[in-house]
Write a protein that binds this ligand. Sequence first.
Ligand code: SAM
Length: 286
Amino acid sequence: MAYLGNSARTKEVLAKFNMSAKKKFGQNFLIDSNVLAGIVEASKVTDNDCVLEIGPGIGSLTQYLAESAKRVIAVEIDRSLLPVLDHTLSDYNNVTIINEDILKVDIGEIVAKYNDNKPIKVVANLPYYITTPIIMKLFESGAPIESVTVMVQKEVADRMVMGPGNKDYGSLSLAVGFYAKAEAVMDVPPSSFIPQPNVGSAVVRLERYEERPVEVQDDKYMFEIIRTAFNQRRKTLSNSLANNPALKVSRQQVVDALLEMGLDEKVRGEVLSLEQFAALSDILQR
Ligand code: SAM
């Protein structure tokens, strides 16, 4: 039985191992059984699934996942948590802990080794200090990943699900939108964690598209355009893109491309959709 999803048991386990949460690893342990059950439900994990968990911590979410999934592979950077996980997961024989930095492991290799290259589901309460690099790595790795259900900072969740024209819309919204359909699942208050984070949190579910929603000749070039546009949010698109030598375009070329697309030459990047960035990228590379 999953027993860790409450404050008393979490404190008991931490005290037993003489441990406290480490800030440098973004450790905020979930103590709310409704939230834990809600994450697993939103992830749609079944007993046919192999799950990749990032940062099992003391094993709270891992216990829930082990009860729903066929297999759980959990990557944890903090070596001192290994004896704790040995103890809290001793009732489960379908969990494998890998003591590595998720940003350094080969995700494709994990899927090949533990799930015969069949798509896995990623489920995690992410360390907030590296949320974006983790999400980007998961998608850019090209590994077979069916969905990603994660707890992130509320503000980051908003950026993932927003469309053009919204203040939270940015390069993360576009990057996520290129690979997956994003859905906000639930907001989670600081009181659901030990220690309490000083920001609100939210769970999002990203379901990877089987077919990309837009066609673009060179996605790296498109993402360089997107990064440049949002790094200099207050500049017009033609000025910001012409300022980036890596894009090899003049201000006039950008203006001509925007006019060809039926857009105002003074437009800013924040109003363009993913489809429009893809079209702009293709025109600028002609
Ligand atoms: N899953 C646990 C829970 O929900 O209670 C802990 C979540 S805590 C927010 C984040 C976890 O990620 C911590 O256990 C931390 O040590 C781990 N972590 C931090 N950086 C990591 C990295 N680069 N690779 C793997 N795990 C990491």
